[in-house]
Design a protein around this ligand. Structure first.
Ligand code: ATP
Length: 369
């Protein structure tokens, strides 16, 4: 089945007197219905340009875009539907709600311009305001709402016309940290309840991990990896992706042998480590392995060492609320470990660390080139 949104071989360049910027370099992407796909990547990687091309706010140079079964833009077929005929809703960073209108007026507007009868408008606005928990605010001027409430008005306005797809561009970036956290949970709940497809742009890694069913990581106008949040955070073999999303300890290593078809024994500054590895790497191959700081645990020093246990010394320690962030010197390496806050630790302490072989991975040398 075709994706709810399918983008094929999309190219977009911005040409000015000074330079030509390739914002999208042959992007192909498809998202199934009823999923939240996030475009994530550093500033300037092309996320907003891709979203604007899907919305019809930007005209690509070549390629094709479909929404549902309909081709909405195609260079080859000479098709270019305007935004209002693409069946999409949009929510942007600046909520773009009308300050002179009430909550009701803002949410009713997309239905009024479609000429929908007044009684139906009232019913649909009532239902959508209930969904976004703004019942009772109908007559309030939109500007007399908190940031989070204004964002929900923008969401209600985008949803009321029952779009096939909803596009979000950094919708929570104007909210403070606490509100951002609760709003993204609400947003995920709304979208899941409505079984609506969404494409969501953010450069906030935590937001991407928490809100998405799928994440596409972009770099320099190209999608470099696509997967579930767990795939992207825990199982990527791409050094750019690993480094971009969260923190990681990278260690130079050499393949010594294989435990089974998915796990290699490597030699590195920590000692011998069993890790996930692409199995087609020969003995002696130089690789980089990585671990996430929260994958380490402190184990009792009395028991005999088992696989992937290492003696180290705490060289610095930060208390970060839910965890200690400890820098630990092990062999010739220094690793960052996020350790449970209830473990009494101080600088200079000797600790024994363990890491499960599943949370330690060798990067694909081909991806590092
Ligand atoms: P950010 O996270 O900073 O919003 P982004 O990933 O959304 O970045 P885009 O806004 O899509 O990136 O920009 C991609 C590239 O295209 C950048 O190099 C940008 O400078 C360039 N670009 C975007 N819009 C224009 C424009 N109207 N004219 C010229 N260059 C543009």
């Amino acid at each position: 089945m075709q994706g709810m949104v399918s983008v094929r071989n999309l190219v977009k360049t911005f040409v000015s007197k000074e330079e030509t910027v390739t914002a999208l370099n042959n992007v192909t992407l498809s998202t199934p219905p009823n999923r939240i796909l996030t475009l994530l990547g550093p500033s300037g990687c092309g996320k907003t340009t891709l979203l604007r091309c899907i919305a019809g706010l930007e005209s690509p140079d070549s390629g094709e875009i479909s929404i549902g079964d309909e081709v909405v833009w195609s260079k080859a077929q000479g098709i270019s539907l305007p935004p209002e005929r693409r069946g999409i809703g949009m929510v942007f960073q600046s909520y773009a709600i009308w300050p002179h209108m009430t909550v009701f007026g803002n949410v009713a507007y997309p239905l009024e311009i479609r000429g929908i009868p007044k009684s139906e408008i009232e019913e649909r606005v009532k239902n959508i305001l209930e969904l976004v928990q703004l019942s009772g605010f109908e007559n309030r001027l939109a500007t007399k709402l908190s940031g989070g409430q204004q964002q929900r008005v923008a969401l209600a306005r985008a949803l009321v016309a029952e779009p096939k797809v909803i596009l979000f561009d950094e919708p929570l970036s104007n909210l403070d940290a606490k509100l951002r956290e609760s709003t993204r949970q609400e947003l995920r709940d709304f979208l899941t309840e409505l079984a609506i497809s969404a494409i969501y742009v953010t450069h906030d890694q935590v937001e991407a991990l928490t809100i998405s069913d799928d994440i596409a990581i972009m770099r320099g106008g190209v999608i470099v990896e696509r997967g579930t949040p767990q795939d992207i955070y825990l199982r990527s073999n791409n050094p750019f992706v690993v480094d971009f999303i969260g923190r990681a300890n990278f260690l130079e290593a050499t393949i010594k042998g294989y435990k089974d078809e998915n796990h290699a024994i490597v030699s590195c500054a920590l000692g011998d480590v069993v890790c996930n590895a692409p199995c087609d790497l020969g003995i002696g191959t130089k690789v980089t392995i990585y671990t996430r700081p929260e994958s380490f645990e402190v184990v009792a020093p009395s028991s005999p060492p088992v696989e992937n246990e290492f003696e180290g010394t705490v060289t610095s320690l930060l208390f970060a609320g839910e965890a200690h962030e400890a820098e630990i010197s092990v062999g010739g390496a220094r690793v960052l470990a996020k350790l449970k806050f209830h473990i009494p630790l101080k600088k200079g302490d000797k600790v024994r660390l363990h890491i499960d072989r599943e949370w330690c991975r060798a990067l694909d040398p081909a991806e590092e080139a």
